[in-house]
Design a protein around this ligand. Structure first.
Ligand code: GLU
Length: 494
């Protein structure tokens, strides 16, 4: 019975159904991506449904954040987002149907009683579970309770024995003893449905063919199956996606770095790298392929290749992948993507707007080296600054004496003042032999120049850097280095 391959017998309709109880994290978006890929692979529909029925846990701005994340990653949805909070009548009607069919009952237990019961169960090391008190109320008790003006909740009448099982497209047959499931709530006293009721009703009404969702919902699925059975509805196919663990094999959390997906944008990850990376958290094409474009993913995505075991989040891999995607951009594209980060993070003392030709030249030296766009300003700020801040002692690394350094900088200044052509090639032609003349290794000599010109010991290739910076700036920086060296020598001689 192929349910997950190309011979699907139903049109594919999948949904991403986040609850706006927090900002979307990697796991949520991985779920969205797998659903989106599955829909696109089989020419189906990808539906976005906001499950906002937990009023107390609603987080301000979460819906916008969810939509922004999906838009950033271009996970476009086919039907306007549904909001469960706007569909309350529908759930109430279904709850009534379940009540009328005796598959549900009204429960009048107070929150205090439920809490006391829970504490008692925890104390006796029993799993917390409703004790079924209102399941067997007599007609008279019901009448009395109704008279007390308590708003009841609606609970599902879970079979006391037997088991509920279903075929999971990833895990195979999954069974639960009904005795372990309690009479869960369907409709709360505030009139809002619980996740279980609203989720099942909407999956049915929205004709969802496949539910691809995180592993953590697996234990909810038998409850959902029971509701489907009670309503005489066909259940969709289920596929529970493997967990995502941190490198230390604990559940992925803040400790392992950014969890909110939009933080990755802030940190300068490209959406195309993010998509590639997320796709491989629990899915693979084969045992080797790491780099796949969005089109390749759509063409090849299948449930069969989703792994049963947990995926491990590897930040270094994400950085590496992002670097690959950054290098693949055309120079213009790179400039365009990096510019907002330069504007945001270059020191405020640098005048804006930045000169676009100059930015383009600088970026041509940075593109190869950046792993994220957020690194770009740090890698190139010295190109834009008037004054470089660095410790004078940095000029004397690799055991260079201050006398040799002073002589080397002075000679370089004299030669650079008169050199005719100012490009990387000519600069190299001139400066390489100068090292020999000065009796210095190129490592020492170029190291000294690099610090003088960039203020740091690691930077893009020296001669190209000097060429972009232009003669005026380079001479000025060498003069400043000379002053710093003199000050250092004086201080040492005191
Ligand atoms: N609202 C649930 C969530 O936040 C949906 C789970 C499901 O897909 O059924 O993830």
């Amino acid at each position: 019975m192929p349910q997950s391959g190309s011979e699907l017998e139903t049109p594919v309709r999948v949904r991403f159904a986040p609850s706006p109880t927090g900002y979307p994290h990697l796991g949520n978006i991985r779920t969205a991506l797998f659903n989106w890929l599955f829909a696109r692979r089989y020419g189906g529909k990808f539906i976005l449904r906001i499950e906002d029925t937990d009023v107390a846990r609603k987080v301000e701005g979460a819906v916008e954040m969810i939509l922004d994340s999906l838009r950033w990653l271009e996970l476009d949805w086919d039907e306007s987002p549904y909001f469960q909070s706007q569909r309350l009548d529908i759930y109430r009607e279904v709850a009534d149907r379940l009540l009328n069919g005796n598959d549900a009952y009204l429960c009048y237990c107070s929150p205090e009683r439920l809490e006391a019961m829970r504490q008692e169960q925890i104390k006796h090391k029993q799993p917390p579970k409703y004790d079924g008190r209102c399941r067997h109320l007599t007609q008279q008790q019901k009448t009395e309770l109704r008279a007390q003006a308590i708003t009841p909740v609606v609970r599902f009448r879970t079979p006391l024995d037997g088991e509920t099982s279903f075929q999971d497209l990833i895990r195979g047959r999954v069974s639960f003893q009904n005795s372990t499931l309690d009479d869960f709530v369907l409709l709360k006293s505030d009139g809002y449905p619980t996740y279980h009721l609203a989720n099942v009703v909407d999956d049915n009404l929205m004709a969802i063919s496949h539910v691809l969702r995180a592993d953590e919902w697996l234990s909810s699925t038998p409850r959902h199956m029971l509701i489907y059975q009670a309503l005489n509805w066909d259940a969709p196919h289920f596929a529970h996606l493997p967990m995502i663990l941190g490198p230390d094999r604990s559940k992925l959390s803040k400790r392992h770095g950014a969890t909110n997906i939009m933080e990755y944008r802030e940190q300068g990850y490209l959406p195309e790298a993010m998509i590639n990376f997320l796709a491989l958290l629990g899915w693979s094409l084969d045992d080797r392929t790491e780099l796949l474009t969005r089109q390749e993913l759509v063409r090849n995505f299948s449930l069969e290749r989703i792994s049963k075991t947990a995926a491990v989040f590897n930040k270094e891999k994400l950085e590496w992948m992002n670097g690959v995607y950054l290098r693949q951009l055309s120079p213009d594209e790179f400039v365009q993507r990096a510019t907002p980060f330069l504007d945001r993070d270059l020191p405020l003392s640098i005048e804006r707007p930045l000169h676009s030709d100059y930015v383009r030249q600088v970026m041509s030296l940075i593109q190869e080296r950046a792993k994220t766009l957020a690194e770009v300003p740090r890698l190139c700020d010295f190109f834009f600054m008037d004054e470089l801040q660095y410790e004078a002692s940095l000029l004397l690394s690799r055991g260079l004496s201050s006398e040799s350094a002073v002589e080397a900088v002075k000679t370089s200044l004299r030669r650079l003042e008169v050199t005719e052509v100012w490009d990387a090639e000519s600069l190299e032609e001139m400066l390489r032999p100068l090292a020999t003349e000065l009796n210095l290794s190129t490592a020492k000599f170029f190291g000294l120049l690099r610090v003088a010109i960039t203020g740091r010991s690691a930077a893009p290739p020296l001669f190209q850097t000097m060429a972009v910076l232009d003669r005026g700036k380079c001479l000025k920086r060498l003069t400043t280095a000379l002053d710093r060296l003199s000050a250092l020598t004086q201080a040492q001689n005191k």
